[in-house]
Write a protein that binds this ligand. Sequence first.
Ligand SMILES: [Zn+2]
Length: 232
Amino acid sequence: MKKYGIELAMACLLLLSFYILSREAAQTAGNMSRSESSQVILVDAGHGGADPGMIGVGGLEEKGINLEIALKLKKVLEEKGFAVLMTREKDQGLYDEDSRNQKAQDMQRRIALIRENSPVLCVSIHQNSYQDPAVYGPQVFYYEDSAQGKTLAELIQTELNTRLEVKRPRSPKGNKTYYLLKRSESVLNIVECGFLTNQEEAGLLQQEEYQQKIAQAVAEGICTYLREDTFK
Ligand SMILES: [Zn+2]
């Protein structure tokens, strides 16, 4: 009986030391993420509320897919230690109900959020559509005159093409007319995750697992960008 008593005591001691060690490790990780979290990233889920965005196969609305992917991206980035600011976390626009021009007010408020919070970078999540249902694949847009925007777009595009195993990979595209790209005072990319007008891709974009892959790809591109940026 006595022998078992000692063994039991030893086992308890071992468990206790494991517990203390793992707690210390968790605290160290916590400290690291706090120092990184001075970097705020803005995640914008496109459209919302009265504005459904693009309508795809079977009446599939862009706003819902945008939000689901944006929320997953928020979670992945927070797990990496970043502070994330969302433009919306529900099915709503950023306009007042009685606004005369809800769309304009909505866009202005997204830009105002960027101006007020000066995030290190912004990612706006959207879905694409096209008259030809054969067209598919993710594509990242950046403000044409922004070298930083282009670098970020290239890194995110590469991650998307690789992780989603895109058969005919697209390249990032510069643009000078999109309101968000034009007006954002922080580096901003618009990520068109796929085409809601392509039967196969529309199906994939509704799957949790595929959405998670997109979120991880975008987060990985962001991390690489910020790592490289620190050494400049
Ligand atoms: Zn959109």
